[in-house]
Design a protein. Structure first.
Length: 320
């Protein structure tokens, strides 16, 4: 895989060195609150003496996606990053200001639309710049953890860049319930890494501002499969047997054909058949009840959890 021999080296981040066989917590000063309180980004580096790939595991690029933060935090507590080969760089929470504000953005800017960034730009732009220049420059590939947003819950899924064969192979190894190629978004982290030949897979699970235990566990299991594949962790680490990962070839949002109160009748991740009633939209007075029908056979890969909808609002993301 990757047609290369991986060899981790000394990691240098903001002037701090982490040699072979060393582990270190590096705190990168980012900014200060108006009160003068210093805000720092914690970066964990686990660098083995034995050669192997260097992988970045990144949570909280969007500040309100707390499920991704909890996923990475739990692995740190469980000592899942006891690395025997290669190197793992862990960013549990990147967008600290968004996290504090319960917001996807950082001071009104989306960090994941700010790459490659600038050291003299907005805070989001500066964060993107230093993420690429100080951290990502060290890695061979990365896993970027996310959730759905705006009360839309993503069933555990892994996304890769269709033009990147190595990313596709990583997605296969990760083994999420659903996997599919996803076009790159301008000025995103994945797009910028692709320019430098760094494969990035994006794990999506759960929704913003909410913890989803199943999505957390699936993200942990997938990450451990990747680490185990490259012999980076002990064979004694137990991972539940992988369920069949379904490759999604096409996907589309099923949208509301009327305004009202939305009531879903199928679970996230469910298989659906064309013509089946998968939900209802009702007016607030009980006079009308519009059925929501499946347009084709497929799978629910995301669903809207907000009960009040307007005409055209997304209800279900359906994969085929």
């Amino acid at each position: 895989m990757f047609n290369k021999e991986f060899k981790n080296e000394e990691v240098i981040i903001r002037g701090e060195r982490v040699g072979l066989g060393e582990s270190k917590l590096i705190k990168i000063p980012l900014d200060r609150l108006p009160t003068g309180t210093l805000i720092e980004i914690p970066v964990y580096v686990f660098n083995s003496e034995k050669p192997g790939p260097t992988i970045l595991l990144q949570g909280g690029l969007h500040g309100d996606e707390v499920n991704s933060v909890e996923l990475v935090r739990r692995m740190l507590i469980d000592k899942s990053y006891k690395i025997h080969r290669g190197c793992v760089i862990v960013l549990p929470l990147l967008n600290i200001f968004g996290f504090l504000d319960f917001s996807r953005e950082m001071h009104g800017k989306d960090v994941n639309r700010s790459f490659p960034g600038s050291k003299r730009g907005s805070l989001a732009s500066r964060l993107a710049y230093y993420l690429m220049k100080e951290i990502t420059k060290n890695v061979d590939f990365a896993i970027d953890y996310h959730t759905g947003g705006a009360q839309r819950s993503n069933y555990p899924q892994i996304r890769y860049t269709p033009e990147d064969e190595n990313g596709k192979m990583l997605a296969d190894i990760f083994g999420s319930p659903f996997r599919f190629g996803s076009k790159m978004i301008a000025k995103s982290f994945r797009n910028e890494c692709f320019r430098y030949g760094i494969p990035v897979i994006v794990y999506e699970g759960g929704e913003s501002l909410r913890l989803d235990e199943y999505a957390i566990q699936e993200g942990i299991y997938g990450t451990l499969r990747v680490l185990k594949h490259f012999n980076m962790i002990s064979d004694d680490v137990l991972i539940p047997e992988e369920k069949k990962s379904i490759l999604i070839e096409k996907k589309s949002w099923l949208r509301a054909r009327a305004a009202g109160i939305f009531n879903a009748k199928v679970a996230n991740g469910a298989m659906i058949k064309k013509g089946a009633i998968i939900g209802f939209i009702m007016d607030t007075y009980g006079e009308t009840k519009f059925p929501v029908k499946a347009p084709k056979d497929g799978y629910i890969i995301a669903k809207n959890n907000f009960p009040v909808v307007n005409l055209g609002d997304p209800l279900f993301h359906i994969g085929y």
